[in-house]
Structures are given as structure tokens and as C-alpha cells.
Design a protein around this ligand. Sequence first.
Ligand code: PHE
Length: 452
Amino acid sequence: MEKHHEKAKRGLWSSRFGFIMASAGSAVGLGNIWKFPYITGMHGGGAFVLFFIFCIVVVGIPIMIAEMVIGRHTHKDPVGAFRKLRGGPWVMVGWLGVTAGFVILSYYCVVAGWAVDYLWLALKGTFNSQHTKEVPELFGTLLASDLSQLFWQAVFMGATVWIVLGGVSNGLERANKLMMPVLFLILIALALHGLVSPGGTKALSFLFTPDWQKLDAASMLEAMGHAFFSLSLGMGAMLTYGSYADEGTDIPNVAITVSVMDTCVALLSGIAIFPIVFTYGMAPAAGPGLVFKTLPIIFSQMPGGTFIAILFFLLLVFAALSSSISLLEVVVAYYCDEKKWQRRTATLVMGFLIFLLGVPSALSNHLLANVHFIGERNFLDSIDLLATNYILPLGGVFIAIFTGWVMTTRLARGEIVKGNVKFHYYPVWHFLIKYVCPILVAIVFISRSGLF
Ligand code: PHE
């Protein structure tokens, strides 16, 4: 009784549907609609997409189950969870996660700010037939303005802080239950539109016909890193969301549902965007501006386009928000659980600090455009690369090793089946977590390092 009260005070999802929607909300975001199409374009299509799906199934789903199991078992933030289960150096996995949340959110707000700017443009009626020619140029105009980017970044961070202040079931859950289903519908409509357009067939063959020659070690690392990023894995976001779940929630079922939804949204945005690329003879490898340069062309030509554009960018902003709140939540949960801060203080202070760290990212396309960090990359692209391709898979591997080798079978299995849940595939999951995940991630890391 006492214990239940403790958990309720910390916050719990009000229903299984709410838990699924919040986790799907965390997973589905800019990663699916902005990043997946542009990196697919840069890495040559088909083979990259198939390897990405392979990583989702073999590494992503098992690790998502593991994170949720650890979270629900401990009902703690990532640091507290590892401390409670084992302590020692394992606590560092929790810290790595909280740090990753901090870093990823800093540039996530900048990209989400671009989406807010486009929402504003759509509201002003910019995407109409008189402007079709100028539409692809709007993105360059935005990147050339440091002030606009800072402004929209601040607006977006403000909205994230505001929702997180609302708490678990009121803030996080309520917001997600509404946004996710509508987003799905509009993406399906845009994908159908893409399929019947002249570039439709070419787009499908680009996306799904593999040319394995194009899959080098760098592409493999990018696809694997993106599987972690897209499913919000490797940094304790799903662990934290799992910690607000009650016994009797079917974790494997939730993890599979969320992963399938996430993958569908990524593929749907690819199917919506690439037909436009091919119809208008644009370059698939156009980079981070791809979604902002392609879809608005269609909006500016279709009847009722202004309305569709408003709806689309509104939903893109919502999708980004449901992910950004999960990033901030990881950091806030740590300060509340471990440092006993008030939820309000933690949210406001951390929101502000993360905003500050985001400033160089916001300036990285103009004022700081000539400052290179990793290779030719600017600040934003460099920390994205570092966080997504290295920190998340590393965190994920540690979580897999912890669940497969340190947490006893009795504990892991016992947690999954709590409340009469059946998990027939337990041996398959355990095998994947124990051997396949660590080995596969190691192979990709090592081949990228050029050792073989
Ligand atoms: N999964 C989110 C997206 O695809 C990003 C994210 C990464 C959210 C890690 C939480 C944790 O946009």
C-alpha cells in the first residue's frame, strides 16, 4: 500500500493506451520525418533502409524491452535504476543516458524550431501557387538568419518546458493521446499522394531496391545509430517511461507496437517525400533541408494546400514536442529522484541550461558556419553524429549486457510476466539481448573504425 502510494506520487500512466501513446510519441519525431528521409537520401536508399529495419528488429526491439523492464522493475530514473539494481560502475550507464538526453535535446530544439518557423510560414499563407518557385529557397533564408533560429528554438524549448511542468499523466500522456493518431492519418494521405504522382515508382524502387555496394561501414553505423535515435533508445528515455508503468502492462507487446509504429512513420515520410524529389529532379542527397524543401512544393500546388501545410507542420511540431518532452523528462527525473529537487525547479533550470547549450547549434549554419568540428561538419551536425552514432549505441550495448548478463533471468523474466503477462518468445529475446545485440554493435563499431 505504502509502496503503491510512493509510485503514484512519482507519477503513473493512467492506462496502457496512454503508455503506448507516450512511448510512441517519444519514438516518433523529427528522427522519422526530418532525419530518416535525408540520411536515406545521402546513403543511397534501398540497402540503407533494409539494414535500418534489420537493426530495428534485431537490436532495437530487444533493447526497448530491456529498458522498459529495468524502468518498471525499479520505478526510478536511469541513474537510480542502475544504482538500485547493482550499483558500482553500472551507475555510469545512467549518467551517460542523462548526459545524452541533455545534449540531444539541445540541438533537437533547433531543428524543431525550423519546423515552427515553417508552421508560421504556412499560417501566413506562404505556400501558394504564386510562390512555387521560391518555396525551396525559403530554407536557405531561414538558415541565414541566426536571430530567427534562436527565436524559434526558444519558443520550442518554452513549449517543452511547459508540458513537462504538467507532470506525467496530465502533461505527457494527455498531449500524446491526441497528437499521434492525427499525425498518422495525415502522413498516410501524403504518402498516397506521393505514390500516384509521376515520381512515385522511382521513389519506391529507390527506397526498397537494395544496392548492397552502397552499404559501406559508415552507412551501416549511420543506420544503426539512427535505429537507436529513432526508437529513443540507449539513453534511458524508454527506461524512464517504463518506470511510470504499472505491473500487468505487457511490456513486449508495448515495445513491439511502438517500434512498428515508429518504423511505419519513417517509411511513410520517405514515401511522401521521395516522389517529390524525383518528380522535380531534385537531389536525393540534398541533406538536412530535404523535408523543408520538398513537401512545401506540393503544398504550394495542391488545392487547399495552405490548410494541409498548416496541419502538416502543426503535427510535425507536435511530433517533435512529444519527443522533446521525453528527452527533458529523463534529465528532470534524475534531478527529482536522485537530487530531490522540486519538479518545477528541475524543469525550469534544466530547460534553460539545455537551451544555452543549443545556442551554438542554432548559430552553426550562419555565424559559426565556418567553424568545423568533426571533419567538415558544423557544430550541430557534429554533436548529432557523436550522440546518435556513438553515445546511443554504446549506452544501448551496456543496457543489453546488463540485462543479459548481470540481471538474473529470474529477475528479468519475473518482471516481464508480472500481472499474468505471457511472453512465449522469452528465449529468443534473451538470446538476442545476451549475444546478438552486443556482437552486432561491436562489429559495426569495429568495421567503422577501419580495423577490418
Ligand atoms: N526518437 C526521437 C525522434 O525520432 C528522438 C529521441 C531520441 C527522443 C532519444 C528521445 C530519446 O525524433
